[in-house]
Design a protein around this ligand. Structure first.
Ligand code: 6GU
Length: 225
């Protein structure tokens, strides 16, 4: 999958896209990231990218010109699935991440300042939010979206970190996990995990997942019913 990212702060992405699992997916050729600095496309003398809102009010609005010029350069024929990261967008869920993971190419537009000129948003395919709180820009949401959807792309996760039995796949939270040593500072690993009895281990994990979900997120159990 190719992912074009339109942002005023490309440097914010470096650490996230070129570390750990994203880095590995990039090296394997599964994910290709291309960062575009919207400021490079500004035709104004001082490379401005924002201006005062018509009608007045606080804050600045991202101008349409640099965004449209960047889109012309990056996705002239509109072949990418274009997503703007905005607080008013569709809230990211596992289902949405899965749907987006099936696209051949994505284009992510990260908003900043108080907003984006509505005419630039009118040429997007979708707006996505990562939750009901407001952040200073769309960069972190774009990184969250990329991380989340990449886990649904075959080959991104190695077999050792397969997502098949993780939290939201079954609609339940994760069961408790332990590694060596079997006893640490007087705290013991539950006997069943050391028993080698796989049927009992499965049963215990399922019960603990249900218990954790009931305690922490009863709303998730309601959804399962
Ligand atoms: Cl996509 N953008 C901003 N600025 N804030 C957010 C968001 C997006 N999603 C949640 N909060």
């Amino acid at each position: 999958m190719k992912i074009d990212i339109l942002t005023l702060f490309p440097e914010m992405f470096e650490g996230v896209l070129y570390s750990s699992i994203m880095k590995r997916a990039n090296e394997k050729g599964i994910l290709e990231f291309v960062l575009h600095n919207i400021r490079d496309y500004s035709e104004s003398k001082h490379k401005n990218t924002d201006d005062y809102p018509f009608g007045g009010g606080a804050g600045m609005v991202m101008m349409p010109q640099p965004i449209f010029s960047c889109l012309d350069a990056v996705d002239k024929d509109h072949t990418a699935y274009r997503i703007a990261l905005t607080p008013r967008g569709d809230v990211l869920t596992p289902d949405l991440a899965k749907e987006l993971s099936q696209k051949d190419s994505l284009l992510l537009l990260c908003g900043h300042y108080e907003g984006i000129d509505e005419r630039a948003l009118s040429v997007m395919d979708r707006e996505v939010s990562i939750g009901d709180y407001v952040l200073t820009g769309g960069e972190l949401p774009a990184m969250v979206l990329i991380d989340c959807l990449s886990r649904f792309i075959y080959g991104v996760l190695g077999s050792e970190d397969s997502n098949k039995d993780e939290s939201f796949s079954y609609g339940l939270l994760e069961y408790p996990q332990y590694t060596r040593p079997a006893e640490f500072r007087g705290m013991k690993v539950p006997d069943v995990l050391l028993s080698g009895n796989h049927a009992n281990i499965e049963k215990w994990r399922r019960n603990m997942a249900l218990e954790e979900t009931r305690k922490r997120r009863p709303d998730l159990l309601e959804k399962l019913k």
